[in-house]
Design a protein around this ligand. Structure first.
Ligand SMILES: *Cc1c(COP(=O)(O)O)cnc(C)c1O
Length: 383
């Protein structure tokens, strides 16, 4: 029997609290030099550093073009705006709110569909519903969505496939291509909780050169330079300083992600003896593990997700219930047509995201595993 959980009066496993996530910032001397040069140049936004970052990101991803923006949310908003269509956009409800917000801001109607119970990504069979103008897939927690199947479903309806790749930078599809290379466009987030960060920022990857050209105007109020705006755009420009951070982080990214995957593997091995669910990696995919999320089914584990979260918090371990509530149950979406999403509701009720960041010590992963084993051993007292 393991030691008594802190929530029952035992000694907490950690004396300093373990955070959910921390940005992994590569300490490259080049970063500060670049930032100094940018400040000296007086050109702070949308300049040569942004162009260079776009070029390097396009090379890394293996796509025709990349348009840098100031967030994934604005990138998604602008891609949907450039579509220039009205109607429904089909997307999962089990995602971060920004996926749906981009749809709503464009006056498009979200049509929520269920996710697959094992991968937590949009189920291509569920995506066959309705008559959407676009399907918005999500690489949930960095697990590549089934983009080839979703593309077929979209094509059969005359809809465009767009991917919310906020969690996905650095992942690969089963055919070996990088996440970023499918659909009309894939939109990445570079905010601080994402594995590649520029403080705030986003990237739109596309093989459609005319879309990329339109997005470059759209991120600049829709002004192509003559002050006759062609569409109602945004100020969604990336700063030069953010681009410098991205440029300096990119060469180190693959090693960072390898470490992240190794830590996720350590969780999988360490928890293997417990009746918990983990996200399945589809055959041939390389995930990013933006998050490592388990499913806690109280009938199998003995206590429910919220009780486990409380038990871990008492040990000094922060967790999150990503994504609970799912979008179709959020207040901002109350006006949407009610939908029945049994898989989404089940996962949302059981999901618990554990601490994971690229430079997290292995010993910290082991501590979280030990705390979960402790909770399981004492499940009857905890229930
Ligand atoms: C973080 C996130 C976004 C938003 O990214 P920002 O860069 O913060 O706008 C969008 N979708 C998903 C799934 C996210 O997790």
């Amino acid at each position: 029997m393991t030691g008594k959980p802190a929530v029952l009066g035992g000694t907490p496993l950690l004396s300093t609290p373990l955070p959910m996530t921390r940005p992994t910032l590569v300490d490259q001397p080049g970063t500060m030099e670049r930032i100094r040069a940018i400040l000296a140049s007086g050109m702070l936004t949308d300049g040569p550093t942004v162009a260079e970052f776009e070029h390097q990101a396009a090379r890394y991803l293996g796509v025709e073009d990349v348009v840098a923006v100031n967030s994934c949310t604005s990138g998604l908003m602008l891609v949907l705006r450039c579509l220039g269509r009205t109607g429904d956009v089909l997307l999962p409800s089990f995602t971060f709110m920004a996926s749906g917000h981009a749809v709503m801001w464009n006056g498009l109607r979200p049509r929520f569909a269920d996710v697959a119970p094992d991968t937590f990504t949009l189920d291509p069979r569920a995506a066959r519903a309705g008559d959407p103008v676009a399907i918005l897939g999500v690489h949930t927690f960095g697990m590549p969505a089934d983009a080839d199947e979703l593309a077929k479903v979209a094509a059969a309806r005359g809809a465009e496939l767009i991917l919310d790749a906020a969690h996905g930078f650095g992942g690969r599809y089963p055919d070996g291509t990088r996440v970023g290379s499918k659909g009309l466009a894939e939109v990445f987030s570079l905010s601080p909780t994402k594995p590649l960060t520029t403080a705030e920022g986003g990237l739109v990857a596309t093989d459609d050169r005319s879309l990329a050209a339109e997005l470059r105007h759209a991120r600049n109020y829709g002004n192509p330079g003559d002050y006759d705006s062609r569409l109602v755009g945004l100020n969604a420009r990336m700063t030069e300083i953010s681009a410098a951070m991205g440029l300096c982080a990119l060469p180190a990214l693959d090693a960072t992600l390898d470490r992240r995957r190794a830590l996720a593997g350590r969780y999988v091995d360490g928890l293997a003896g417990l009746p918990l669910g983990v996200q399945r990696v589809p055959d041939g995919c390389t995930p990013v593990y933006k998050d490592f999320t388990i499913l806690v089914d109280p009938r199998r584990f003995g206590i429910d997700r919220d009780r486990l979260a409380q038990t871990l918090a008492a040990e000094g371990i922060s967790t999150r219930s990503y994504f609970d509530p799912p979008l179709h149950r959020q207040t901002a979406y109350a006006s949407c047509e009610p939908v029945d999403l049994p898989v989404t509701d089940a996962i949302a009720g059981q999901c618990l995201t554990l601490p994971l960041y690229s430079h997290m010590p292995e010993s910290a992963v082991d501590m979280v595993i030990e705390a979960i084993i402790r909770a399981y051993d004492h499940r009857e007292e905890l229930a």
